[in-house]
Write a protein that binds this ligand. Structure first.
Ligand code: ADP
Ligand code: MG
Length: 290
């Protein structure tokens, strides 16, 4: 192996907007067989929007949105930003006893009511009966929407449908990686039904969904213990442990600083074509050396 040609490979990668930390990272990139992608902000635009609000049990849409916004004022999750954007003309009342449950949702008291906002796992854990919302929940998730549920005083009150579309070039970039022979995996905290709908649209082979933030690195470790050489592609603070665990961590351009610091490869562009370029170039560089 001639280190010179690896160094020139690192240089060529930089010309494509792919910053490779060191020669060893390029070597490891050439040995991958599995590429794992975070969903929100990596495969998708990462700017979710509230596209519909359904209410139950006589709760008005304006109360539901006001209470949801009140809770999300305390959160910086992308879903919280979507709710606050929808409620931008509403004055959100104060919340006491605010709590964030990572990967599940948020809770607190507001205007004399006890509020829960989050996914179905969270509301079921809190013994909320979701039978009235059930069919709608399923149908929305199957269409690729993330359903966020509001409970008021122990009862299901509303379902907010939040959509975060695939980035426009994700499908073509993933097709390139498929054609290069990689197995493509989605890793997300979102619910399995929504995740599978989006994965199908994207052309992803396998979905690992409903993963709590601290479970993402474990999921990578499991793939490695099955003998796979794994790259993790992500953009968020949540993704840093998984980026560190992977054989090659790849941070999306414009992602969080911690993701970029942890990753062996950083993409200058916020496009998955950078991942395809990185793996393609690593293989070509190392092949030339043999
Ligand atoms: P990811 O970033 O992989 O989509 P997270 O672990 O951040 O996943 O969140 C997983 C799920 O938890 C979300 O899809 C949502 O259902 C729920 N959730 C987390 N935080 C919030 C929040 N602030 N408001 C509503 N739902 C939330
Ligand atoms: Mg993300």
């Amino acid at each position: 192996a001639t280190p010179m040609s690896i160094i020139s490979g690192v240089g060529r990668a930089a010309e494509l907007g792919v910053l490779v930390r060191d020669a060893d990272a390029l070597q490891r990139a050439s040995e991958l067989d599995t590429l794992v992608f975070d969903k929100t902000g990596t495969l998708t635009e990462g700017q979710p929007k509230v596209v519909a609000i359904h209410t139950f049990g006589g709760v008005s849409e304006s109360d539901a949105l006001r209470w949801a916004a009140a809770l999300e004022t305390g959160s910086n999750h992308p879903l919280a930003r979507a709710v606050l954007e929808k409620a931008q003309n509403i004055i959100a009342p104060a919340v006491s006893g605010f709590r964030t449950l990572k990967g599940l949702g948020v809770s607190g008291e507001c205007e004399g009511h006890t509020l829960l906002l989050g996914n179905d796992t969270f509301l079921k854990q809190q013994n909320i009966d979701l039978s009235e919302a059930g069919d709608l929940l399923q149908q929305q998730a199957q269409s690729g929407v993330t359903p966020v549920l509001l409970a008021v005083d122990g009862k299901a009150a509303a379902l907010l449908s939040i959509r975060d579309p695939l980035r426009e070039d994700s499908v073509s970039a993933l097709k390139r990686m498929h054609n290069l022979g990689y197995r493509l995996v989605m890793l997300t905290g979102d619910n399995p039904v929504t995740a599978n709908a989006i994965a199908k649209e994207a052309g992803i082979d396998r979905v690992i969904a409903g993963v709590l933030p601290e479970g993402k690195a474990d999921a990578i470790r499991r793939l490695q213990s099955q003998g796979h050489k794994v790259a993790m592609v992500g953009d968020g603070i949540n993704d840093a442990p998984a980026l560190a665990q992977a054989d090659v961590g790849i941070a999306m351009g414009g992602g969080s600083d911690i993701a970029i610091e942890t990753a062996a490869i950083t993409l200058m562009r916020h496009s998955l074509h950078g991942v395809a370029d990185a793996v393609e170039l690593s293989v070509a560089t190392l092949r030339n050396m043999k």
